[in-house]
Write a protein that binds this ligand. Structure first.
Ligand SMILES: Cc1cc2nc3c(=O)[nH]c(=O)nc-3n(C[C@H](O)[C@H](O)[C@H](O)COP(=O)(O)OP(=O)(O)OC[C@H]3O[C@@H](n4cnc5c(N)ncnc54)[C@H](O)[C@@H]3O)c2cc1C
Length: 455
């Protein structure tokens, strides 16, 4: 059978979520994937990097165990064993996902697909026809003009996730989420790390207070960074890679990781020929992920929304439900939780102070230092929770820095998305001693009745 209700091109987070939800709604779905089901997130992104970060956390725990009265000796990192652990996690999830797709009766088609008309995708000479076509071809790691990725000395995240050794020294070009996560891993593994970022701050899309909190913590961990100066050139020799910045400063390291962002995979796939509106390679969609060509939809990293796996899931589900006639609500992208899984973690939802002001809110802010939180002291982590709120109105943004704060987003996103006011949250009792208590304490303070905080 090559006639479907939905033909989905790309089996990553966006594509497979759309396939699973489509079949749940009784739609006949085909999912086309040329590489591995699960895409970037499962095989080259979220999951392997978080496994590496966890191995880094274990390394740091063993290094610092005597701070807790436990005597161990940190001997070193066995990258083959780290990779075996990481690959084991990926492989288990991959098998689970393959089983899930099969059990939902999604027709899985292996091969390179190309859009050949507004309702057909061709794979290996066979045309698959869909009443709807969903494009979900994802993204690739970008580089800069004149900076050639050789895969050994100058690499991207694609090679960085499966290195067979810990480099002695690394330059990370780009202080965004991916750059900061790898910087954190390599530092934990014992490398000397320098981040080069052209913008004035690390993770510059976050609230400035979070960037500063991460910079403070990285400085303390001995992660070097150079901010506000742009990359000029790189040269290689047998000893390593030398990077020169526009101000003339140079840095040399064994490996250069290029983490300057990801671009959409959309070239030579028939998208332009189908008449799709595109911008710098991204497919442009409306708030229901509809392209300008009726019956063609696009989701995930291919469209210019937040490049996050859970955004891909959300968009895939949205499209399936729209096709299934459920008329779902468009996604409020402000309400999407964001995490940088470095040590310490940075987590946020909602607006930064700058964004809230730009949108005309009369803003009040509250900064709750984790020094006042029992569990943070037990974990020996530093950081803060910052609330951005409208004066006499709802909480507009929650910005957190500290170990494990990513786990606090579950509550933070409810607070933001349900437009809670500080007093609503202040009336909820939080378990003691947990890190989540800090969320409660911050709202108590903002509501004018601080408990374990001055003010
Ligand atoms: C190092 C790294 C760490 C990350 N960490 C996180 C994280 O912790 N949390 C998070 O939320 N996000 C994270 N991300 C981002 C996340 O991986 C992406 O946002 C997500 O994978 C996007 O999903 P997608 O479906 O749009 O694209 P992808 O996952 O890239 O999937 C696209 C799929 O389409 C296939 N494809 C492309 N062209 C064709 C074709 N012509 N024919 C057939 N198949 C095709 C590809 O093989 C691929 O499998 C990370 C990314 C990286 C690189």
């Amino acid at each position: 059978m090559s006639q479907f209700d939905v033909v989905i091109l790309g089996g990553g987070s966006g594509g497979y979520a759309c396939a699973l939800r489509s079949s749940q709604l009784g739609l006949r779905a085909a999912l086309i994937e040329e590489n591995k089901l699960g895409g970037t997130c499962l095989h080259r992104g979220c999951i392997p990097t978080k496994a590496l970060l966890h191995a880094g956390e274990v390394a740091d725990s063993s290094r610092h165990s005597s701070d807790f009265g436990v005597n161990t000796q940190f001997i070193g990192i066995d990258m083959l064993a780290v990779n075996a652990y990481k690959d084991g996690v990926v492989s288990k999830l991959h098998k689970g996902l393959q089983g899930l797709v099969k059990s939902r009766n999604v027709t899985y088609i292996e091969g390179h697909g190309r859009l050949v008309s507004k309702n057909e995708v061709e794979v290996n000479g066979v045309n698959y026809t869909g009443k709807n076509i969903v494009l979900a071809t994802g993204s690739y790691p970008k580089t800069l003009p004149g900076l050639d990725i050789d895969g050994t000395q100058i690499i991207t995240s694609e090679q960085a996730i499966s290195m067979d050794r810990v480099p002695k020294s690394v330059i990370v070009l780009g202080g965004g989420v991916i750059g900061c996560e790898f910087a954190s891993v390599w530092k934990s593994f014992g490398a000397e790390v320098t981040i080069i970022e052209g913008l004035p701050h690390l993770i510059a899309l976050e609230d400035e207070s979070s960037s500063k909190g991460l910079e403070r913590a990285f400085r303390k961990r001995g992660i070097n960074f150079e901010l506000g100066t742009r990359f000029k050139s790189a040269s290689k020799d047998a000893k390593g890679v030398t990077v020169t910045l526009e101000d003339g400063k140079t840095f040399t390291a064994e490996v250069l990781l290029v983490a300057v962002g990801r671009g959409p995979v959309s070239a030579n796939l028939g998208y332009e020929e189908a008449g799709l509106t595109m911008d710098r390679g991204y497919v442009i969609v409306d708030n229901k992920c509809r392209t300008n060509v009726p019956g063609i939809w696009a989701v995930g990293d291919l469209i210019p929304t937040l490049q996050l796996a859970h955004v891909g899931f959300g968009e895939g589900i949205l499209v399936a439900e729209e096709i299934g006639g459920l008329n779902p609500r468009p996604i409020n992208y402000d309400g999407v939780p964001r995490v940088t899984y470095s040590e310490p973690e940075v987590a946020s939802v909602g607006l930064t102070t700058a964004q809230a002001k730009e949108r005309g809110h009369d803003v009040v802010e509250l900064n709750y230092d984790l020094a006042g939180n029992g569990k943070a002291q037990i974990l020996k982590t530093a950081g803060a929770i910052k609330l951005v709120a409208a004066k006499n109105g709802p909480v507009l943004g929650i910005h957190m820095v500290g170990a494990r704060v990513g786990e606090l987003l579950a509550e933070a996103q409810l607070i933001f998305n349900w437009e809670a006011e500080a007093s609503d949250v202040a009336s909820l009792i939080h378990a003691h001693p947990t890190l989540s208590e800090a969320v409660g304490e911050a709202h108590l303070a903002l509501a004018g009745k601080p408990l374990h905080a001055h003010g």
